[in-house]
Design a protein around this ligand. Structure first.
Ligand code: HEC
Length: 211
């Protein structure tokens, strides 16, 4: 998931560990500082109205505006709340579940095997795991942070290596499925076994049984 390329796991693990968050804190801190200083400036100006005329040329004001302009885009990137992140994550897994369900139904014989439909499900799974899903696992979005909203266990962020191994196992299973889905029911069934096993291995250790 997260990325198909094997060498990108480290970058994803780094994102799970959340260097961005530290950055974000800095930006927010900076912004508070800017707003505070700006308030102090206007208070000073109110106390000494003669200064008002020079407002536009005030170098302090220019500096504040420049800092603010630089800070805003970075802050906007953080504007995704923890709740929104969880929704995106669950939406992602809903899609993964939907595509996998289509393949599982054929493997089980609930619906007739259809090479074209199976290939489409497998291709969609490949597309899904190429997303940068680590973004949906931002720190601060476990079920300890948001009880009742998510089943993501805190151990995801404590045992990043173990979690990334499950991710890589899913990547491998989806690759296998991509090669097998269109090749008949006898090819689909073992690939489905591998895929289902990859889902279960992660859910067993990293997903709570209930909300
Ligand atoms: C690397 C770990 C991992 C793998 C692999 C994985 N999942 Fe999940 N899955 C999770 C976690 C964690 C959640 C809980 C998300 C939440 O509640 O925020 C989840 C939730 C789900 C959900 C529920 C989404 C919701 O709306 O609450 C479905 C459906 C799902 N996974 C299907 C699958 C299927 C199908 C596979 C295999 C093709 C799979 N998952 C593989 C970790 C994983």
């Amino acid at each position: 998931m997260f990325v198909v390329g094997r060498d990108r796991g480290t970058a994803d693990a780094r994102r799970l560990n959340g260097p961005d968050k530290k950055n974000g804190r800095l930006v927010i801190f900076g912004l508070c500082y800017v707003i505070m200083t700006s308030d102090m400036e206007s208070a000073r100006r109110r106390a000494n109205p003669s200064k008002q005329e020079n407002r536009k040329d005030d170098p302090m004001r220019k500096l504040l505006l420049a800092t603010l302009a630089a800070a805003v885009p970075a802050t906007m990137a953080l504007a995704q709340s923890a709740e929104d992140t969880v929704k995106a994550r669950q939406g992602f897994f809903q899609l993964v579940g939907f595509e996998t369900g289509g393949l599982a139904a054929m493997a089980k014989g609930d619906v007739d095997y259809d090479a074209e439909a199976a290939s489409a499900h497998a291709a969609d799974l490949s597309a899904l795991i190429s997303l940068h899903v680590a973004d949906y696992f931002a720190p601060g979005t476990s079920n300890a942070d948001l009880p009742g909203k998510t089943r993501a266990l805190p151990v995801i962020w404590e045992d990043t290596d173990g979690f990334m191994e499950r991710v890589q196992a899913l990547n491998a299973a989806v690759d296998t499925m991509a090669g097998a889905a269109g090749g008949g029911l006898d090819a689909l069934r073992p690939a489905m076994g591998q895929l289902g096993g990859a889902c279960k291995a992660c859910h067993d250790d990293y997903r709570a049984k209930s909300f």
